[in-house]
Design a protein around this ligand. Structure first.
Ligand SMILES: Cc1cc2nc3c(=O)[nH]c(=O)nc-3n(C[C@H](O)[C@H](O)[C@H](O)COP(=O)(O)OP(=O)(O)OC[C@H]3O[C@@H](n4cnc5c(N)ncnc54)[C@H](O)[C@@H]3O)c2cc1C
Length: 391
């Protein structure tokens, strides 16, 4: 067992740390205020070679894997969860393609992610089907001309990056609409430019405002048979993709917690009250200590989960380990940002400090890609099934 990062990963961590301090930190508040997609940050990621971190070298990426991407995301999330989400979106929609896509799909859709010419988004949720994804109503039916192509109809919602994306990984029911079996759902690659594909309403969000979230409307969209990802009826792919994503979402939480605790610690060291600094009070020190313990525990869970995912260990038996990283790190983000607001007092509640923004941004993380309750359910299932057992 080795707890040290490799030389390459440490170099990546150091270079992204510098990029985050120089380019993201000064822009974070502005991005939150205007809510516009930060093209300058996208360009900075492109120039630094970060858009293809988790994509294999043969498709133009750097092959740093899920651990490499998680480490980069942890650094940028110290200042901006919008920037962290931009990097996350290089993996969420491409994951199913990398796991089960054809060579042709990989060669067509992955290199553009690495060189910044293509962006992608992930469409699973629907207005009536979030945690209960099997309740989806988007329908895929075989084209009547016998070509093997599919016709998609339906509405996806809350899709991150929907407006910016050039292509989408979309899940649709391909058997009876009322079916709840896993072989009733299929994944497709859908291009934005195709007839019948339209971006609908976009949402007004509480946080993470620089990346849009909204609806994708699909009306009689003809999808070539070659754009089915994996097998028809391969819903398992959605779960495999999401399982492998757990450490990446977790990294958004860890970075946010680290940024918030460091900021609040600097503040209490200089804020005076009752003839001392606030940092001199033991009650405050214990809060800082508890949060630091939480952060390090979350990092260990997350790095382990990333190493597992990179080793292809994201099938059912590994789910509890992956889910607990996501659960712990994202709940930590909420606790740490709340503590940071509290430690700054009134100042922490005001826009003069980033604490209130971290607090708003953190809350998204316990909802997206499987809520905390869903993760607890998965962890409990793992224990009940003895996938996680200690003898
Ligand atoms: C900012 C943002 C970005 C998003 N981006 C995307 C995206 O890019 N692509 C995409 O497909 N989706 C996206 N989503 C949607 C997200 O995946 C869903 O919000 C999430 O899966 C939860 O679904 P829901 O909101 O319908 O909540 P619901 O499923 O309605 O749940 C409501 C509450 O009930 C709880 N609950 C539900 N079922 C159970 C249960 N069995 N046991 C105990 N408690 C339960 C939940 O934990 C939650 O607290 C995004 C959401 C947000 C907020």
């Amino acid at each position: 067992m080795d707890f040290e990062l490799s030389d390459e990963l440490r170099a990546l961590q150091q270079s992204v740390r510098r990029l985050a301090q120089d380019k993201i930190k000064p822009r974070a508040r502005e991005i939150d205020k205007d809510g516009n997609y930060p093209q300058d940050i996208f360009k900075a990621f492109l120039d630094a070679g970060l858009l293809g971190l988790c994509i294999p070298t043969e498709y133009g990426g750097s092959g740093a894997g899920i651990l490499g991407l998680a480490i980069a995301i942890e650094e940028v999330a110290k200042y901006s969860n919008t920037a962290a989400l931009m990097l996350l979106l290089t993996r969420l929609p491409t994951g199913p393609v990398m796991i089960a896509g054809t060579e042709e799909q990989k060669a067509t859709y992955l290199p553009g992610i690495c060189d910044g010419t293509l962006k992608a988004a992930f469409g699973l949720s629907e207005p009536q089907a979030g945690s209960d994804v099997m309740g989806m109503r988007t329908r895929g039916t075989l084209a009547p001309d016998g070509s093997g192509d599919w016709i998609l109809n339906g509405t996806k919602c809350w899709m991150s990056g929907v407006k910016e994306a050039d292509w989408y990984t979309v899940f649709a029911k391909t058997s009876e609409p009322s079916s709840r079996t896993h072989d009733s759902v299929t994944a497709f690659i859908v291009e934005r430019a195709w007839r019948g594909v339209k971006v609908g309403r976009t949402d007004h969000k509480m946080g993470v405002r620089g990346v849009d979230t909204g609806e994708l409307l699909l009306t009689d969209v003809r999808v070539p048979a070659a754009n089915v990802i994996g097998e028809v009826g391969g819903f398992r792919l959605a779960m495999l993709g999401l399982n492998a994503m757990r450490p990446i979402v977790a990294a958004r939480g860890i970075g946010l917690a680290e940024g918030a605790l460091m900021y609040a610690t600097e503040y209490v060291k200089s804020r005076e009250a009752f003839g001392k600094t606030i940092a001199d009070f033991q009650g405050i020190q214990w809060e800082i200590a508890k949060c630091a313990v939480d952060i390090e525990a979350a990092r260990l869970l997350t790095y382990r989960a990333a190493v597992m995912a990179d080793a292809g260990k994201f099938t059912k038996e590994y789910v509890p380990y992956l889910s607990m990283a996501k659960y712990h790190a994202t709940e930590l983000a909420v606790r740490a940002s709340s503590l940071a607001v509290q430690l700054l007092g009134a100042a922490g509640y005001m826009e003069d400090h980033p604490t209130e923004q971290w607090y708003r941004d953190a809350k998204q993380l316990t909802i997206v890609e499987g809520t905390s309750q869903v993760q607890l359910g998965l962890i409990a299932r793992g224990v009940l099934d003895r996938d996680l057992w200690w003898d």
